[in-house]
Design a protein around this ligand. Structure first.
Ligand code: NAP
Length: 273
């Protein structure tokens, strides 16, 4: 059994990114728009800004009031689209109910859409055209590649169908000739799918959701889920329970999470390349 070390891999990627950033003749600028006061968002944003500092990127946080209107968010996005000192724009999810997040994602110009959530970025992915690929799916693929996991002909059970994780990842996996079954909350007899899969990717957000009896021997398990139990971050997989059954597994924390952050900066660099 081997543990995929997302922290190590992401640090390696980030040091390559830093080398490239250091050679640029401009300082990269990242804009993060945070509407409201979601506690988890606060932690993610702090991490992103800390990374900005380490990499010599100018991190600009636009923290807007809980009651901010959709029009105000769009006005800010349009201003940032036209600001040459900004190379990437992140609209932190979730946003308050009065804001249509998809509409706002679509106001970010494709070159600055480093999260890859706009119709154009997602469409490019679907059509195998160049464009920003969302960070978590891209990070999962990088991790699999780092550990030389051959996806050709492999059966993958992907439990998630969101635009943040499942839909982009589905496309990246089939691009690499995996056979992907996409499961969700209406899937009946989920373990029939997981048990037959060479690779199980879970992004549900429920602790201990994946247990040993749901996996085949030697499965590869990628745990994207993030939940908190008594302040402690945990994934979807009952880690200790499955350890003697799997060939490879990602820990939480220290697996997909750091890969996601690394991909933000890889995408930011690609914005100007
Ligand atoms: P989401 O939109 O709520 O997606 C959850 C998915 O799980 C949905 O597709 C849902 O199905 C499915 N699901 C829920 N209950 C299920 C069940 N009993 N059986 C099978 N499928 C079930 O959330 P998200 O934004 O995609 O994020 C998913 C998880 O990944 C969260 O824990 C989030 O914190 C984490 N995440 C981690 C990272 C990272 O960097 N590690 C990045 C992004 C997200 P339906 O579509 O039918 O509702």
């Amino acid at each position: 059994m081997e543990i995929f070390d997302g922290k190590k891999v992401s640090n390696e990627i980030l040091s390559e990114v830093k080398e490239k950033i250091d050679k640029l003749n401009k300082k990269l600028g990242l804009a993060i728009i945070w509407v409201g006061n979601n506690e988890a968002s606060h932690i993610y944003i702090k991490n992103k800004l800390k990374r900005c500092e380490e990499l010599g990127v100018k991190g600009n946080l636009y923290h807007l009031d809980e009651n901010t209107t959709e029009e105000e968010v769009i006005t800010l996005i349009e201003k940032l689209n036209n600001d040459n000192s900004i190379d990437g724009i992140i609209l932190q999810s979730p946003v308050p109910n009065q804001i249509d997040i998809i509409k706002c994602f679509n106001k970010i110009i494709p070159s600055k859409d480093i999260d890859g959530f706009s119709n154009i970025s997602l469409g490019n992915l679907l059509l195998d055209k160049p464009g920003h690929i969302s960070c978590t799916p891209k990070g999962v693929m990088k991790l699999l590649d780092y550990y030389h996991i051959n996806l050709d002909g492999k059966s993958v059970c992907l439990i998630n169908r969101s635009i943040i994780v499942g839909k982009p990842l589905f496309n990246l996996l089939i691009r690499r000739n995996a056979t992907v079954t996409m499961c969700h909350s209406h899937t009946k007899n989920l373990s029939e799918y997981t048990k037959n899969a060479d690779i199980v990717i879970s992004a549900v957000g429920k602790p201990k959701f994946i247990t040993k009896n749901m996996l085949k021997d030697g499965a590869i398990v990628i745990d994207v889920g993030i939940s908190r139990i008594d302040g402690k971050v945990v994934g979807d997989v009952d880690f200790d329970d499955v350890l003697d059954k799997v060939a490879y597994i990602t820990p939480v924390p220290g697996g997909v999470g750091p890969m996601t952050v690394a991909m933000i900066f890889e995408n930011l660099l690609e914005s100007i390349e």
